[in-house]
Design a binder for this molecule. Sequence first.
Ligand code: SAM
Length: 228
Amino acid sequence: MSNYDLALLGYRLDGMPQTIATRTRRVYDRVAAFYPISTHLFHSRAHRAALRDSGIRDGMRVLEVATGSGEMFRRLVRVNRSGTTLGFDLSPNMAARTLRRVRKEYPKSAAHCNAVDARFMPFPDASFDAVVCCYLLELLSAEDIVRTVGELHRVLRPRATLTLILIDQNLRAFNRIYRFCGRMAPAFWGRQVAGRARDVILASDFQIVSERCVRQTGYPSRVLVARK
Ligand SMILES: C[S@@+](CC[C@H](N)C(=O)[O-])C[C@H]1O[C@@H](n2cnc3c(N)ncnc32)[C@H](O)[C@@H]1O
């Protein structure tokens, strides 16, 4: 099945026919100051697992896509002290917060973060040794998941790795609650796409090298590492 067929299939099955980026940017701009609380409650265990599984070492050229308020970004900079760590987020407030904290904690590091849309990455082909992307694909339409995974593939060097965290779909009660939240505030919650995103990764010439589920405060995450 081609990427285009996958996108069409997703489009038909999906309640999100278009990415609502303007609303998403606005809502994440507003919550930037409080977002670290949610990360500490629900995401930090998966972040730690992703860092362990990613194989990221000091001296690499690393990109984090959709940094949020920068908790994972600071972990990456801490490990990659003498390398280069770049990050971006759609929300200018999230990106500014991420940059401010990293400049304060690691003033000598070659790290930078700014406001960019993951669907159109301003980087040359094959420019990173590793890319990390946590809890972003849920907020994109089926077509934009395909486009963004294509961008992730494009900016990675041959045999470099992509580390993804997705919201897992293996708990029925959690799925029901998530569906409800997604209907109430789609620009913030999006919807669960782990199964579909996995298919897109495989169809985009990635090879999955590891995959595991991590739970924190009842919130299930899937940590997936794929090689180009
Ligand atoms: C659920 S939060 C996850 C934040 C962070 N990755 C983490 O693990 O805590 C989703 C983030 O994706 C960002 N985002 C949404 N759409 C985006 C896009 N098209 N390009 C870049 N970032 C985007 C939002 O602004 C938000 O900060």
